[in-house]
Design a protein around this ligand. Structure first.
Ligand code: AMP
Ligand code: MG
Length: 417
């Protein structure tokens, strides 16, 4: 078997070796949705911050024994949410959910289990109530000084809820890697309102990458479309530099065709090509290089699915490393249908994970795996990776399965989402 071509795992190693963790920056908690924590968050205060009532009812005090049913207690005051500390050593206090417990009181009887009586104003217990009942104690959710979020957490709305509750105004997050996209091809038309001339097609890679890069934790700082012309391409690379890009992704012009000029352009830039071609389908001609100023360059072949695979399995691992995230681990999901392939190349398959009537997951490779076919990708919700040497995969074979985007895939090892 011909194993001269670089394995995807070997390519990913070369990429990771070329990447270093980026800067961190401070970010207002309210603007931190989707950012990755660079430092753990410790709670400066307890949550809840004070003992408070879990119910609308009456706050009382007593000893170790529950206060008995039918006992009567004078109503001494009222405590609503927002009221400050009060002294409440004797009798019952009418209390609302979330109100601070008057000092000295240690239990709450819900209003449904109490009867209010007049002349004199008092209440009767319709059930017994023990110490601590219906009280939410200070620090019972979060103790002061506790680590509440670990470094590497992808901040989701529930994390913003916690940060807001704790009064954390800003957090330290990983800076977003600055990425530029250059789509090559004289056949490409960007403006959807421009009618296509004979032989032209619309640029679909550009909008795809522009949409995916921010969702992958990076910042798109420059994007343009250039013709199949080395000088035009070099001028565009110069503009990515001016925009501060640390990663440049090009699409097209890295294969063996007459107009596949990207390798020649890189040579003129004095770039170090770290590999060109991987034993994968689609996307085999993928090229990875380092420009003299350290900028990383990914030359993805132009077919849309080669771009999707190149981004997902080679660019995104680099972004993870820059963001300080650990390597991803695929999920093992059984195949819902047999799959057959020829050896030699590692396949990345547009797939769907479906839930059976019994609630079990199974993965199906969609029909239409050719690298020009976009529609199956629009139907996919996952990728399957099939190793180079695999040929016959019966139903039920466990296969490496990945979400469509590294940050949008649940991570079971505690990293990422
Ligand atoms: P290339 O890698 O330049 O040989 O391009 C391979 C195939 O992908 C050709 O059919 C191109 O027309 C197509 N292609 C290249 N760039 C794009 C793009 N930005 N959007 C859609 N298709 C593209
Ligand atoms: Mg081309």
């Amino acid at each position: 078997m011909n194993h001269d071509l670089l394995d995807p795992a070997g390519a990913q190693r070369i990429i990771l070796d070329a990447c270093s963790q980026g800067q961190r920056e401070s970010c207002h908690s309210t603007a931190a949705l989707g950012r990755l924590l660079a430092h753990p968050v410790l709670s400066a205060s307890a949550l809840p911050p004070f003992d408070n009532s879990a119910m609308d009812g009456y706050a009382l005090s007593g000893g170790a024994e529950p206060l008995p049913t039918d006992s009567e207690w004078p109503i001494e005051g009222e405590q609503a949410a927002g009221d400050g500390a009060r002294n409440g050593t004797r009798g019952a206090w009418e209390i609302m959910t979330g109100a601070r417990m008057p000092d000295g009181l240690d239990r709450v009887i819900p209003v449904e289990q109490a009867e209010r009586l007049e002349a004199p104003l008092r209440m009767r217990l319709l059930a017994e109530v023990a110490a601590g009942q219906n009280v939410r104690f200070a620090g019972s959710d979060v103790a002061a000084g506790e680590t509440v979020l670990t470094a590497g957490s992808l901040l989701a709305p529930q994390h913003l809820m916690l940060l807001a509750a704790l009064g954390v105004a800003s957090v330290s997050v990983a800076s977003r890697p600055r990425v530029a996209v250059l789509c090559t091809g004289r056949e490409l038309v960007d403006d959807p309102d421009t009618p296509l001339a004979s032989g032209q097609i619309r640029n679909s890679n550009g909008p795809f990458l522009a949409a995916r890069i921010p969702r992958a934790g990076a910042e798109l700082v420059h994007a343009e479309t250039v013709s199949d012309d080395v000088d035009a391409f070099l001028a565009a690379v110069e503009r990515t530099r001016a925009a501060g890009a640390r990663v440049v992704i090009s699409t097209g012009a890295v294969s063996m065709g007459r107009y596949d000029f990207v390798p020649a352009a890189l040579q003129r830039l004095g770039a170090e090509v770290l590999f060109h071609k991987i034993a994968i389908r689609p996307g085999k001609p993928l090229l990875f290089a380092r420009l003299p100023d350290g900028t990383l360059f990914f030359g993805l072949p132009g077919n849309p699915i080669a771009v999707a695979v190149g981004l997902r399995f080679f660019v995104e691992p680099a972004l993870r490393a820059m963001l300080g995230l650990p390597r991803e681990r695929p999920w093992q999901v059984p195949l819902a249908a047999a799959f057959t392939k020829k050896p030699r190349l590692h396949f990345y398959l547009k797939s769907r994970i479906e839930v059976s009537a019994q609630g079990q997951l199974a993965a199906t490779a969609l029909t239409g795996q050719e690298s020009y076919r976009i529609r199956p990708l629009a139907e996919a919700n996952a990728w399957i990776g099939i190793p180079r040497d695999a040929m016959e995969l019966p139903v039920g074979t466990l296969v490496d399965t990945y979400g469509l985007s590294h940050l949008e895939s649940p991570q079971w090892d505690g990293s990422g989402a």
